[in-house]
Design a protein around this ligand. Structure first.
Ligand code: KIV
Ligand code: NA
Length: 266
């Protein structure tokens, strides 16, 4: 199978085939998800919360993400790899967005970038697409703006719905190849998916989106504590790894490890 590209995603929308996107921040996750057939991998600025130990995505910088993007693109043979543009690296001007996205394409060898925001981001999206950089949009709850939005809240309820549809349409017209919708009421996400001709990718946006995305550590149960409502846990990696560490430590303490088969003879 060849590299997944924009026309494949567009064809899946037209055929009504739903697909799954996952985040990835390192070589093994990229390799495993790529082999599992996940068509799009996102090196999210959620690396802030899932790799670097920050409470939000706000402190994440381009220098934090570029090496992770490079690791993922090097490991993924088939998946399209999308690099998130972090907070403060694109909002100042289309020129700033182009300079940042260019770093991700050259140094990270990304296949596309993602940025947060609706109609306000049209000039940035237009310049990137004109320069040859595919752009994924991200509307609804946008974590980089959580201090303005007042925390993790569902977006687009009530009379805010039309505005969200307008944002989605503006991104499509500007040239985005797909749009993420985060924490949007399911009926509104369904309406946007119907109105747009490009794929929609939901996270907390109901079942009618063309695709879904989850942070892999949430999906695989690596994260501790309470996960958001929109997460479904498909494994208990936290339990599995914790048990492995305890068993290893116990074997070392008892002298069971290393055994002769893990040791070298003279
Ligand atoms: O950074 C991220 O992981 C994201 C997805 C949740 C869409 O932006
Ligand atoms: Na993100």
């Amino acid at each position: 199978q060849r590299r997944i590209r924009i026309p494949h995603l567009q064809a899946m929308k037209e055929k009504g085939e739903k697909w799954a996107m996952l985040t990835a921040y390192d070589m093994y996750a990229a390799e495993i998800f790529d082999e599992a057939g996940i068509p799009v991998l996102l090196v999210g600025d959620s690396a802030g919360n899932n790799v670097y130990g920050f409470e939000t995505t706000v402190p994440v910088t381009v220098d934090h993400l570029v090496p992770l993007v490079r690791a993922v693109t090097s490991a993924a043979k088939h998946a399209m790899v999308v690099a998130d543009l972090p907070f403060g690296s694109y909002q100042a001007s289309p020129q700033q967005a182009l300079a940042t996205a260019t770093r991700f394409m050259k140094e990270g060898m990304a296949h596309a970038v993602k940025l947060e925001g609706g109609a306000a981001m049209v000039p940035e999206v237009e310049l990137l697409v004109r320069a040859g950089i595919p752009v994924m949009g991200h509307i609804g709850f946008t974590p980089q703006s959580e201090h303005v939005l007042g925390g993790y809240r569902v977006q687009g309820r009530g009379d805010k719905a039309d505005r969200l549809v307008e944002d989605a349409l503006a991104l499509e017209r500007a040239g985005c190849f797909a749009v993420v919708m985060e924490m949007v009421p399911a009926p509104l996400a369904a309406r946007v998916t119907e109105v747009l001709s490009i794929p929609t990718i939901g996270i907390g946006a109901g079942p009618e989106c063309d695709a879904q995305v989850l942070v892999w550590q949430d999906m695989a149960g690596l994260r501790g504590g309470k996960a958001p409502r929109f997460v479904k846990k498909y494994a208990d990696l936290r339990g599995t790894l914790g048990d492995a560490a305890k068993a290893y430590a116990a074997d070392v303490a008892s002298g069971a490890f290393p055994a002769p088969e893990q040791s070298f003879a003279e």
